[in-house]
Design a protein. Structure first.
Length: 231
């Protein structure tokens, strides 16, 4: 019996060494790191749920495009509630997102669960996206300002796009983010505004006149107090 005990122990040690000797798969290029989620904003969802007129696409419309490649048995199925609200239900499995850890395929998730969104690239669709400025670009250079339009991409992790040009903007943004936010894109999301300038004779400005008076006093009135008067 003691012999069998030692034999079992040796087998366990050998098996452990064999497992440790296997190369660890690089999951940085697998699973959710290669996936993109698409969701409508809270504003869009509120407008749809309250039957407001909006150009925001619905989750049902996005699903009808055939983009979603998720396993709904794992990630949650799409359901329609009694009030007509169409969305993805909560997953049943705990840590359901680990199902995709070693998935080699590019996946797109429409309305992914909240605990998946930080683990993948996300595209959020707003009702409209007005032109905006980016911190660090607020200072004008040569009377030129830089403004952004159509979409906002944050460190190639999450993007916000408007819904007014959704059929062109959505596939372009998916392609652009899959390629690390570099390379081809059909949209120029920045433009310049050059503010007009007016030339003025500096000698006619009050600031210049005050400076001249100040300089004259410093140059000519450093002697006895009250000895000189400004011109």
């Amino acid at each position: 019996m003691q012999y069998l005990h030692y034999l079992a122990l040796l087998l366990i040690i050998a098996t452990g060494i064999s497992i440790l000797a296997q190369p660890v798969p690089d999951i940085s290029a697998l699973g959710l790191s290669k996936s993109i989620g698409i969701a409508t904003s809270k504003t869009c969802n509120t407008m749809h749920q309250n039957n407001f007129t909006t150009q925001c696409p619905t989750i049902e419309w996005l699903v009808s495009l055939g983009l979603d490649t998720s396993d709904q048995r794992i990630t949650g199925a799409f359901v329609t509630e009694d009030n007509g609200w169409y969305h993805r239900e909560n997953p049943i499995l705990v840590n359901h997102y680990r199902f995709y850890d070693f998935d080699n395929d590019w996946n797109i998730f429409i309305d992914p669960p909240g605990d998946m969104r930080d683990r993948m690239k996300m595209i959020y669709i707003e009702s409209e996206l007005q032109d905006y400025k980016v911190k660090g670009e607020l200072k004008k250079i040569d009377n030129t300002r830089i403004l952004h339009q159509d979409r906002y991409i944050n460190s190639c992790h999450d993007a916000t796009i408007g819904s007014d040009n959704i059929l062109e903007m959505l596939p372009d943004t998916i392609y652009f983010m899959r390629n690390g936010c570099s390379g081809y894109t059909a949209f120029e999301d920045t433009y310049e505004i050059i503010d007009p300038t007016t030339e003025q004779d500096i000698t006619t400005s009050q600031k210049w006149k005050d400076q001249q008076r100040h300089d004259w006093i410093i140059k000519n009135c450093l002697g006895v107090y009250g000895e000189c008067l400004p011109p």
